[in-house]
Design a protein around this ligand. Sequence first.
Ligand SMILES: Cc1cc2nc3c(=O)[nH]c(=O)nc-3n(C[C@H](O)[C@H](O)[C@H](O)COP(=O)(O)OP(=O)(O)OC[C@H]3O[C@@H](n4cnc5c(N)ncnc54)[C@H](O)[C@@H]3O)c2cc1C
Ligand code: FES
Length: 238
Amino acid sequence: MRLDARPIAQSAGPAQFVQILADPVGSPYLRRPFSFLRVDRDAGWFEIYYDVIGPGTRRLQEARPGDAFNALGPLGRVFDPPEGHLLLVAGGVGIVPLAFLAWDHPERRLSTTLLMGANTATRLPDLDALLPADLVRHVSTDDGTTGHAGFVTDLIEQHATPTTAVLTCGPHAMMARVAQITAELSLSCYASLENHMACGFGACVGCVVEYRESDREDERYRRVCLDGPVVDAHGIVW
Ligand SMILES: Cc1cc2nc3c(=O)[nH]c(=O)nc-3n(C[C@H](O)[C@H](O)[C@H](O)COP(=O)(O)OP(=O)(O)OC[C@H]3O[C@@H](n4cnc5c(N)ncnc54)[C@H](O)[C@@H]3O)c2cc1C
Ligand code: FES
């Protein structure tokens, strides 16, 4: 879905998200968070890509050209990828913020590899539509209907170099496994979290994640919407 919103599009950066009041009748106080897929800062639009799962995303699906939505953003911190080879590990709609990173950093694409996992071929999104054509990608399906037969995490070791940084987004269990594997391989790893959110800007404390080590008890939990959504995957409790 493409939305015209010049102020949001002009300042949106990789991993940030937008909160859309998608279900103003059913839940007027709860916006729905969506990662940016692509932005055109000159034209003033941004795109999102979503799974339809409840009333908010159903309302978005029913939208017609010209409909207006109240949107708040960009929210969260911009993720600045470290130098060197980047391995993007995606599951489901977790591909969205990773695709945006690739769109927004064309100079990094030659040193970036995407691994995309799904349980079966029909659950894979149309990667050609979502990704820049020059981004190298490898696919896996749990049932072997296309690509590697098995989990996407099986592919990490063969596509990583000793200096690769891994960025992952997808189901919790997948990201936890990516964190575990990268720790074993001594690779840095960042996760773009999709915790349930209410406000999206730090006020409700509804999105916290627990950090492993913190000197101060009051810093043990951090807000994903403000401190993330990208976090050091080795620093949090999965
Ligand atoms: C930072 C961030 C970025 C996101 N980016 C995307 C994206 O690019 N594309 C996309 O499809 N979705 C994305 N999501 C998830 C999306 O916000 C939810 O799917 C959406 O809010 C569901 O709204 P709904 O009204 O359709 O369903 P609801 O009625 O709100 O929820 C239906 C079901 O989905 C569950 N659910 C609600 N919110 C979430 C959530 N945040 N994570 C997991 N399950 C949830 C509920 O527990 C419930 O079981 C993102 C979430 C976050 C926090
Ligand atoms: S969603 Fe309210 S504090 Fe993060």
